[in-house]
Design a protein around this ligand. Structure first.
Ligand code: SF4
Length: 487
């Protein structure tokens, strides 16, 4: 274990994607992230996060779309005592070099999903241990990310990880690599692995990626992503590099599989719909008489009171753990049926909702103008205003997804939303208007100039749109973009 060095701000702010030892400077202050490998928090860790927020004077922490935790608006760096406490309870890596690459995503229902083929939690633990033992991998991009999908009903294959291992049998995984554009789901490369072969394969890919970085070299602030290295080498050549690093007898060749087949895989499992519906509310676990309860956090914001409240519920009625989801929500697992009503009532008492159709669960928003210099609009405030308006006006009968983005980079949600509001800077009214798209169709507004919508008109416009959609769609299966396309 390497000792934690004093946290000298001027020396440590060096990365665009921050970790707990290397914050970034944002418009609203310092920004840092707690990597939560696998997204599972125990009782001690929940208490530590609440204590951390109280110590540094923050009202809430934000669950990210990688199921990590983000702290913003920090006025100063975390001191050594806090970092030591975070390390001791597993919220930060003891080896400072690898804290940023502990991006290990699991289905938030791993081990409890009634449909899953393989419980992938032991694999994630083994990969975390490998990272701790290999500080040289700290040279990889902090965005280097590995996902383990056990093949259950709540899947993460559509999340844009660099590597995803998808269970496709009782002892078989399909290897998927991120190769396309930013935000695209990883694609299968024609290699299936046994469970025992997964860790050697990950190690071989990571080592090959490391070699690719030294070849590309150059800018140390923006390190190449795995997809850059694959694009530079070519998939077949990169696969050959991996094969030479791979410890095992299997022979393999990485092959491009068509985008169509990747899309088909997604459609077959109907991930997006399933994820929206099944990670929220009370759901039966694979264990007899045990349920998990998914809870919505508006824009991923988790206040001190809510952390303490949910932790108390998890300790009293569950197994003391809380799981973070890549949809910026949380799950309390292991609740007995006899306690379900009590648990759901206590969650309501905290002011939290549990359904995918509640307006609080529809929204994604990037940092916006208060936190990001590139944002033309205050996406967070505008999203909250829309949520409050919709909650007062509507009962939705199917989940929708509404995404506010301050610029084209689309940090909060790389994939397509039902409705996307893009902040657009105007020379005369900078930071005050949105371009609106329904699926991929750009909306125009009769009463507005140049088809841009000011923030104060968004609630009424979106409300009318949803009302029209709910009244005139063909049936409950017709999505909002399909409805608009049909018009
Ligand atoms: S989407 Fe653009 S404006 Fe929003 S946080 Fe990312 S870079 Fe900033």
């Amino acid at each position: 274990m390497s000792a934690i060095e004093p946290f000298a701000l001027t020396e440590t702010i060096s990365r665009i994607c921050p970790d707990i030892y290397h914050p970034a400077i944002a418009r609203d202050g310092l920004l840092t992230r707690l990597r939560i490998p696998g997204g599972v928090l125990n009782e001690l860790q929940c208490r530590m996060i609440a204590e951390l927020l109280e110590t540094i004077g923050l009202e809430y922490v934000q669950v990210t779309n990688r199921a990590n935790l983000q702290l913003r608006s920090l006025s100063q760096d975390l001191d050594r005592d806090l970092l030591t406490k975070l390390t001791e309870c597993g919220l930060a890596a003891s080896n400072t070099a690898v804290d940023g690459i502990r991006n290990i995503m699991l289905s938030p229902t791993a081990g409890i999903d009634a449909q899953e083929l393989i419980d992938v939690r032991p694999l994630a633990a083994a990969w975390l241990e490998y990272l701790d033992l290999h500080p040289e991998l700290g040279s990889l991009s902090n965005k280097f990310s590995v996902g383990f999908d056990g093949g259950g009903s709540v899947g993460i294959l559509d999340r844009p990880n660099d590597i995803t291992l998808l269970a496709i049998g009782k002892d078989e995984f399909s290897l998927h690599l991120g190769m396309g554009n930013r935000g695209e789901a990883p694609q299968p490369v024609g290699v299936n692995l046994t469970t025992d072969e997964c860790l050697p394969m990950l190690a071989a890919i990571a080592q090959s990626y490391l070699q690719g970085i030294t070849v590309i070299g150059g800018d140390t602030r923006r390190k190449p992503r795995l997809r850059d290295v694959i694009s530079d080498d070519g998939l077949a050549e990169f696969g050959e590099l991996v094969r030479r690093e791979f410890i095992g007898s299997r022979q393999f060749v990485f092959k491009n599989t068509s985008l169509d087949s990747a899309k088909r895989t997604l459609r077959e499992r109907d991930y997006i719909q399933v994820n929206n519906d099944l990670h929220l509310g009370a759901q039966q676990q694979r264990q007899p008489d045990r349920y998990y309860v998914g809870v919505v956090l508006l824009l991923g914001r988790w206040t001190v009171a809510q952390i303490k409240g949910l932790e108390s519920i998890a300790v009293q009625y569950g197994s003391g753990t809380i799981r973070l989801t890549p949809w910026q929500n949380v799950i309390i697992p292991d609740v007995r049926s006899i306690d379900l009503n009590t648990v759901q009532g206590l969650i309501n008492d905290l002011g939290l909702v549990q359904t995918a159709t509640h307006p609080s669960s529809l929204l994604r928003a990037c940092a916006g103008a208060t936190g990001c210099q590139f944002s033309a609009t205050d996406t967070q405030a505008d999203a909250i205003a829309l949520s409050e308006y919709l909650a007062a006006q509507f009962t939705l009968d199917r989940p929708l997804n509404i995404h506010f983005s301050g610029c084209e980079k689309s940090c909060a949600q790389p994939d397509l939303a039902d409705i996307t509001l893009w902040g657009e800077a105007e020379t005369s009214e900078r930071g005050s208007r949105y371009r609106l798209e329904i699926g991929e169709v750009r909306a125009t507004f009769e009463q507005e100039s140049r088809d841009l919508l000011p923030p104060e008109r968004i609630p009424i416009f979106v409300g009318k749109l949803i009302e029209d959609y709910q009244q005139r769609r063909l049936d409950a299966q017709e999505s909002l973009p399909a409805f608009i396309n049909r018009q």
